[in-house]
Design a protein around this ligand. Sequence first.
Ligand SMILES: [Zn+2]
Ligand SMILES: [Zn+2]
Length: 431
Amino acid sequence: MSTSFNKNKMNKETQEPLRLSPGVVFSACTNKENRSREQNTLDNVEKRDGMPNFKYMQNIYEMLHEHPEVSLREFKTADFVTGELEKLGFAVRTRVGGTGVVGVLEFGRPGEILALRCDMDALPLQENTDVPYASKNAGVMHACGHDSHMATILGTCAFAAQNKERLSGTLMAIFQPAEEIVVGAQAMLDQGIFAEKKPGRLVGIHNWPSLPAGAIGLQNGPLTAFADGFKVTFLGEGGHGALPYKTKDPIAMATAAVQNALTLAHRRMNSNHPQTLSFGMIQGGTSFNIIPSKVVVEGTVRTTRLEDQETMIALLHQAFAAGANLHSGEYVLEYRKGVPAVINNEIVVKELEHVFQTKIPEIPVVTQGLASLIGEDLAYFLEKVPGVLLLIGSGQENGISELHHPSFLVPTQTLEIGYKALTSIVEEYLR
Ligand SMILES: [Zn+2]
Ligand SMILES: [Zn+2]
């Protein structure tokens, strides 16, 4: 996957002047009416409801929201994050797996290595909001809330820098590119993100609109799906539509095979574990009266357990073979295993439950019903390091509560709750 990075293009783009440095952007903002922002520094940290770093996070969130960049092109975002981490005293590695950034802060005393991970990319989507910090990049929008993830983790990094004297061990802040196309995490691993320092625990965050803002989601076990794709080709012999008995009809094979597969998935998969099979494309033929010689069908399989993935692959073979055999043809199945499931580590889940109960008992923690069949490449990190994907509620009663929607905005409360959760985790593991 790392081979998909176009190095020439990257170098060319990064040579352009950076417009996402805080000073430039903030001074540009002062030209607008009713808007004033301060430069982000540790010196002007403000408190809201007794919470430090809120203004810092809010400024970063709005600025990143205003300047979204799509997957693999997070150049200015990465430069901005690098600048902030350096200001906070982190040692920073850049260009890890494309545009990825890793900040490391060592505390005075030996201890655990804790990694926090967020994602940096936005989506190719035209924003439809009227907030003053709406996207300035036409056709690009932070509609998945990755801007809020970066702001929350930078806020937590500021907290760690401010409390350096009383913490121990090491904090590693991972800013991952290309989550939306699920290649960034593996690219960072391929470039040795953990070669020198391997964390003992890793916590990734994602805002979660199906949870109300103010709540946290922490569920043991599978949280997202093994997200695979497949392409099956049915091979027969074409001919005249009026003389089907002289052909081996691949359209008949494909329709029988699709029905077989859907029926088998429905009847033979264990319904106690979430999984699904969907067909998304069927192609074949050139005219109403010509039976073609081949038909291509594509689809996706989502499962939450390795054994279900294996069973589904076996069922597809059985269904497609039956469809092809029925009409004396053949089939070729190309199955592409995609991103694996995010499986939250049981021990880390228990540790974090204890942290939340003791340090932030006022915040409700939802522990059930959070699994979905989307793909999320944090899974690759969690295959290397015990950890979790922590969900931060971002649902609002009077707002759009749907990721990837052109009107979706992360409420400010999500930054506060995410900050409280992550700083309490830092305090526990790095005390
Ligand atoms: Zn997304
Ligand atoms: Zn996302």
